[in-house]
Design a protein around this ligand. Structure first.
Ligand code: IMP
Length: 421
């Protein structure tokens, strides 16, 4: 049985916390795409833990964690994260399994990402994600399996570095990399990573055959998907639910539940269209109350009202079977709340979510205004306990998107969760 947890907006929907909550009922939590561009924040026993690569299930001792073939693995971030977890007393060895087939982020990927950003202005995290996926698809990437054979690694690295150094020097006029230093750094990493590497596809299929419960954890969000998002202002992988199958090697027939995560308002980091963005005092209030600053880069997130046109599109593309609504507590501070239920362009109401970024950038959102509740949500355990105004918002989301909201998060802590009775 596989449950996929997918971000239904532009990322940062609070996947860390929800995966952590759901992980108590899972045997394996498996990350299927992206890399250290993600930042999943968890608060557990008063400690705030930010994970970039290792699945958010790691804090549950009974859970095994997988970094799947669809992920691009940053050795520096991985080592830092393992050390950080071990310093907190979390055991990682024997519980973390990394796919042979995952691609490895190289120092030149980060340099190229940052250099290209000067020309393209996507607002990337600068973590080398795009260039690593470019190498994957141009079939020059270095995979984890290559780290296990020093000769293969050295040969591939030298060939790649010759090309990348020429690019860095001639096109981007930036620093070049020292071939010997990188070869020795990665040969050393090869010893470090050895104990974690395994055939994760077989591991997951054995688990499925044994009736184990797998939680597939996506990073970023559907609207940042390279195929279905607001291209070119997207990441370079497929956060949408289909990415879980290709990024882990599991068949669509194994998936029986797709949980879409949506914040009760909208945020976006980086550039690109954002119809409900608020550049006024209300947007500032959402950012301050919601602590909307990137967990990876610290950048302030752009904030705006909930966009149901975008969310309904996301439900459709991902095949979301239920929604988890996060950060509802942030809206407790507002006397009225707006929700976008339509886009207009040139006086016409658009039927769906535009296919291109230019059109999305030009649309005017239509809003429904709801009364706020202006009271804390801490006591609620079930959706039926929430203030009637909050229930009205949830009903609007459900009727517009055609799926039930089954979980509501009302704060950063594990216990601040509201379920459907
Ligand atoms: P990249 O993934 O670093 O290439 O960045 C591409 C776009 O995705 C930029 O707009 C980033 O801000 C955005 N992005 C990447 N990772 C995340 C994330 O975890 N949360 C939100 N936005 C992200």
């Amino acid at each position: 049985m596989v449950t996929i947890v997918v971000g239904a907006q532009w990322g940062d929907e609070g996947k860390g916390k929800i995966v952590d909550v759901l992980a108590s009922q899972a045997d394996i939590v498996a990350r299927y795409q992206g890399g250290a561009n993600a930042g999943h924040t968890l608060v557990c026993q008063g400690r705030t833990v930010v994970l970039h690569l290792i699945p958010s299930g790691i804090l549950h001792e009974h859970v095994h964690c997988v970094i799947g073939n669809g992920v691009v693995l940053d050795p520096v971030a991985l080592r830092q994260e393992i050390s950080m977890l071990e310093s907190l007393g979390v055991s990682v060895r024997g519980r973390l399994f990394i796919s042979h087939k995952a691609h490895v982020i190289m120092p030149y990927h980060k340099l190229l990402d940052q250099a290209r950003e000067q020309h393209q202005s996507i607002g990337t995290t600068g973590r080398g994600i795009g260039p690593a996926y470019i190498d994957k698809y141009s079939r020059t990437g270095i995979r984890v399996v290559d780290l296990l054979d020093r000769n293969v690694l050295e040969e591939k690295l030298r060939a790649n570095l010759a090309e990348k150094n020429a690019l860095l020097e001639k096109i981007y006029h930036t620093e070049q990399l020292d071939v010997e230093a990188i070869v020795s750094e990665y040969l050393e990493f090869d010893r470090y990573i050895d104990e974690f590497v395994t055939d994760t596809t077989s591991l997951l299929h054995t688990a499925l055959a044994d009736g184990k419960r797998i939680l597939a954890e996506g990073a970023q969000g559907a609207l940042l998907d390279v195929d279905h998002g607001t291209y070119p202002f997207v990441t370079s992988s497929n956060p949408t639910s289909g990415g879980a199958c290709t990024g882990l090697g599991i068949p669509p027939t194994a998936v029986d539940r797709i949980i879409g995560l949506a914040k009760a308002y909208s945020t976006r980091v980086g550039n690109g269209p954002f119809p409900t963005e608020l550049t006024d005092q209300t947007g500032e209030q959402l950012r301050t109350i919601g602590s909307e600053y990137g967990a990876t880069t610290g950048r302030p997130r752009r904030c705006g009202w909930l966009d149901l046109v975008a969310l309904r599109y996301s439900v459709m593309v991902n095949g979301i079977t239920e929604l988890a609504l996060t950060k509802l507590d942030v809206l407790s501070h507002f006397p009225t709340i707006k929700v976008c239920t339509g886009y207009r362009l040139g006086g016409q109401r658009l039927k769906g979510f535009p296919v291109d970024a230019q059109t999305l950038d030009a649309v005017e959102p239509e809003y429904i205004e709801l009364s706020g509740w202006q009271s804390p949500l801490d006591e609620a355990r079930f959706i039926e306990d929430l203030p009637p105004q909050a229930q009205t918002l949830i009903e609007l989301i459900e009727s517009y998107c055609g799926v039930r909201v089954t979980l509501v998060s009302t704060g950063a802590r594990r216990e601040q969760i509201v379920r459907r009775q």
